[in-house]
Design a protein around this ligand. Sequence first.
Ligand SMILES: NC(=O)c1ccc[n+]([C@@H]2O[C@H](COP(=O)([O-])OP(=O)(O)OC[C@H]3O[C@@H](n4cnc5c(N)ncnc54)[C@H](OP(=O)(O)O)[C@@H]3O)[C@@H](O)[C@H]2O)c1
Length: 324
Amino acid sequence: MKKKIVVVGATGLVGRKTIEMIKEYKLDKNDISLFASKNSVGKVFEINNKNIIVQELNENNLFKEKYDYALFCTPENISKLYIKKLVTLGTVVIDFSSMYRKEYPIIIPEINLDKANESIICNPNCSTSISLMALCNIHKLFGLKSVEYVTYQSLSGAGHKALLDQKEINQKDLRKLDYVIDNNLIPYIGEIDRQGISKEENKMIYETKKILDDVNIKVSATCIRVNVDICHSISINFTTRKNVTLLDIENALKNSLNVKYVGNDFSKLQPRYVKNKKDVYVGRLRKTELAKNSFSIFVVGDNLRKGASQNGVQILDELIKRSK
Ligand SMILES: NC(=O)c1ccc[n+]([C@@H]2O[C@H](COP(=O)([O-])OP(=O)(O)OC[C@H]3O[C@@H](n4cnc5c(N)ncnc54)[C@H](OP(=O)(O)O)[C@@H]3O)[C@@H](O)[C@H]2O)c1
């Protein structure tokens, strides 16, 4: 039976990629509706040979129909306004924002799909999602003791306005980033708290423990915005609880689902190569002298695919399969 699916924030970077993923995962035969702000009303997307017109997001329009599933590709404040009410109407919601990540399960299908049993399901932070694809099998086999992230995050991670800013660098009024990114990088992402930790870094710390279901892992993160359109890259140092060799780690990475271990083939560890790839790419594996059982890896993933829309649509696909 056809499901009724609504994509809210359909015109943004995550929304557009979500429509693409709905097609790729062959879910486009369902009954799809699209919403965005009033500025986007009338935009048209072709889905399953039908032209679907974007509607204005407001209570009257959104709540007039009953949806089986909703994908919220919107900022936190919009998620907050609409999601709980939709849930009371019987809709299962997948939210890409960080609004409900403390209260509800955060799901990466390759890791913790068994926890996707609530009416609100959160998609993780993009850098966390990409990093944990590489770390989850290592944690399962050897137990992670500590993880230290340094991220190199693309402009698309900050939404379509940030991408636009780079293309139209002289239009200062359009710039969403706090600083000029041209020939530059920005050494923090999100507000800084009293301890000097940024919002993005706090997300990575909290979500790593929650998704791996282990509060004892010590996590630190430094998140950097770089002048790259798409793909987040993450340098990760980690230590394991069990005694392991470099080969043990290499084998764990080679046996990780939807991860391509590329060793020192540096050409495949670059955003330009990984952009629009389904898998997460991992290499530059080496031991460090910082501690016993301490290793470094470099991870690159498409933030709009595994970092967002692909992960969310994988969840949707599983929920629909379960309901049959
Ligand atoms: N970008 C990433 O890599 C990434 C990864 C993981 C999670 N996320 C999260 O996913 C969400 C969407 O991110 P994005 O990068 O796609 O942002 P974006 O490109 O800025 O798109 C935002 C979407 O929300 C809609 N929207 C904004 N304000 C609205 C309002 N007042 N009423 C109705 N619709 C409104 C926009 O509609 P209009 O086009 O009409 O303005 C647009 O469709 C955010 O919560 C973000 O944190 C993003």
